[in-house]
Design a protein around this ligand. Sequence first.
Ligand SMILES: NC(=O)C1=CN([C@@H]2O[C@H](COP(=O)(O)OP(=O)(O)OC[C@H]3O[C@@H](n4cnc5c(N)ncnc54)[C@H](OP(=O)(O)O)[C@@H]3O)[C@@H](O)[C@H]2O)C=CC1
Ligand SMILES: CCCCCCCCCCCCCCCC(=O)[C@@H](N)CO
Length: 383
Amino acid sequence: MMELRELLLRWNLPHSLSLHPTFYQTPLPILGLYTLFGTIIAYSIAKMFGFGSRNEFAVEGQTVVLTGGSDGMGKAVATQLAAKGANVIVVARTVTKLQAAVDEMKANAANSHKQRFHYISADLTDPNECDRVISEATTWNAGTAPDIVWCCAGFSRPGFFIDVPIKEHKQQMDTIYWTAANTAHSTLRNWLAPVEPSGQMKFSRRHLIFTCSTLAFVPVAGYSPYSSAKAAIRSLSDTLSQEIEMYNGAFSQRHHSKAPAADVKIHNIFPMGITSPGFDNEQKIKPDLTKKLEEADKPQTPEEVAKISIAALERGEYLVTTNLIGAFMKGTALGPSPRNSIIGDTLLSWLSNLVFLQVIPDLRGKAYAWGKKNGLPENSPRS
Ligand SMILES: NC(=O)C1=CN([C@@H]2O[C@H](COP(=O)(O)OP(=O)(O)OC[C@H]3O[C@@H](n4cnc5c(N)ncnc54)[C@H](OP(=O)(O)O)[C@@H]3O)[C@@H](O)[C@H]2O)C=CC1
Ligand SMILES: CCCCCCCCCCCCCCCC(=O)[C@@H](N)CO
């Protein structure tokens, strides 16, 4: 087999420098493999730290509509987007909390003279209210639709499937799935409306962001009212990630035919536990078994989750997780979703599928052992 030394000799290159002599005896195919793996690893590490990539989520001067922006993760996202120079409208039901969020954004703004902040009180389970939010946001934004819409509204009411009345299951579907689907529907109808070539203005890309939970990837006993609704959002965002390409294709022809005013990117965030007011509430009614099954999770602060999520959007990720266990839960359930990186996500899914061969029987085994030891659960306190 040809060695490196011969190649260097042939090309008249130095072949006996200060490196160890055995280096020059490396067979060329082996050297090729080293180079290949070295490049892949260097590329992955560089990508991980964001080298060589531009900011895919530059929010300075952009207008953001953020649902659930008055508390927990949403409020932390609002504050951090304000600190990055965005104009932000927070949407939720309770006015006092919304006003506090606007004050916090003002206090953290990058440029308080230029940036503007606003709130709209609305119950997003009502689709008409979502239409009103987008239309009021457009008026407030000098007649232009918002650049970014981030759906973060929602809370969890855990409980075992048969203990939770059907009415409450439906309410969770309304609070989780329908607040997001209604907001997405109003937003996309507005963004994707056809514009004549003569009416096209120059816009940067628009972003529609959903907020799920890693429970949409791997459900846990006691979360059925919630994880089913989050899984439905995941399916919606995967569908939209395909449908949107049709509109983006039409957008590429905007100089010749009618097309949307901007191209659109879809994203979906999958946090683990977040130490938010919503989390404190769900803990009060959460079955003890559920607490045990999720004990591997160390809840993160809203600020941490917001920071990690925004950084991932800046790297241009589609499915976003916020910590290592979250990444494993995603890895085992990647299915048909578009990948953030072919190599990274493929290796992650192989590894996660091996890990979950052990995790799934472990979750079921713990539930079985719990019933064997404690008998039937007492109805958990629900208010
Ligand atoms: N906390 C956790 O452990 C986790 C949470 N998540 C998800 O992350 C997101 C943020 O959670 P978290 O930080 O706990 O949030 P909080 O529960 O602390 O806050 C929820 C926000 O949503 C708003 N909201 C709730 N219902 C409606 C509605 N019908 N219409 C309009 N606004 C509404 C609330 O305001 P108001 O009540 O005034 O309307 C509030 O601003 C949610 O989607 C949640 O499901 C994901 C993983 C873990
Ligand atoms: C190495 C791999 C190990 C994998 C272990 C898997 C164990 C499951 C952990 C489930 C954690 C759920 C967090 C989401 C919480 C949430 O969304 C609610 N709090 C809603 O508000």
